[in-house]
Design a protein around this ligand. Structure first.
Ligand SMILES: C[S@@+](CC[C@H](N)C(=O)[O-])C[C@H]1O[C@@H](n2cnc3c(N)ncnc32)[C@H](O)[C@@H]1O
Length: 146
């Protein structure tokens, strides 16, 4: 895998099958993320990809904004979650977000940090928690500014 946008353009349609095949714990991880943010009013998901985690989170939160740098990955997400009234989908780079401070109750970043070219040791300063599930979430006080 790569942080290179071209990789995700080419592999967006294969991502779900490969991911669920290689990571037998993925559904459990997605459910753990959903449980952690359940009841939040405003949630930002960075690098949402095809929406495998988004699908678990959207039903249990208020407004959910799913972002990713790859339009192709988001196209698959839209197909999966078409008609979810509380979901907004936006193309956005994780390293160039322009949300106002304090916009979100929870910010999710799942399976992205290892792909970032920039040293992601900056992220723990924001209170990133990273568990064995390879999922990360920021605490309620965090904002979309990374
Ligand atoms: C391994 S997938 C994870 C997708 C989803 N979070 C999941 O867990 O299934 C990585 C995703 O990160 C996205 N990505 C890579 N670099 C990014 C960046 N700088 N900003 C936003 N998204 C990025 C890719 O387009 C891809 O959808």
């Amino acid at each position: 895998m790569s942080g290179d946008g071209e990789y995700w353009e080419k592999n967006a349609r294969r991502y779900d099958r490969a991911t669920l095949l290689l990571n037998k714990n993925f559904s459990g991880m997605a459910q753990a993320v959903a449980d952690a943010v359940a009841g939040s009013e405003d949630v930002l998901e960075i690098a949402a990809g095809t929406g495998l985690v988004t699908a678990a989170v959207v039903p249990v939160v208020g407004r959910h904004i799913a972002t990713d740098r790859s339009p192709e990955m988001l196209e698959v997400l839209r197909g999966r979650l078409d008609g979810q009234a509380n979901l907004e989908v936006r193309t956005a780079d994780a390293l160039d977000l322009d949300f106002e401070d304090g916009t979100f109750d929870a910010v999710l970043v799942c399976n992205l940090l290892h792909l970032l070219p920039e040293p992601w040791w900056r992220w723990p300063k924001l209170g990133v928690s990273s568990g064995p599930e390879d999922a990360c979430s920021l605490p309620p006080s965090a904002t979309g500014r990374v």
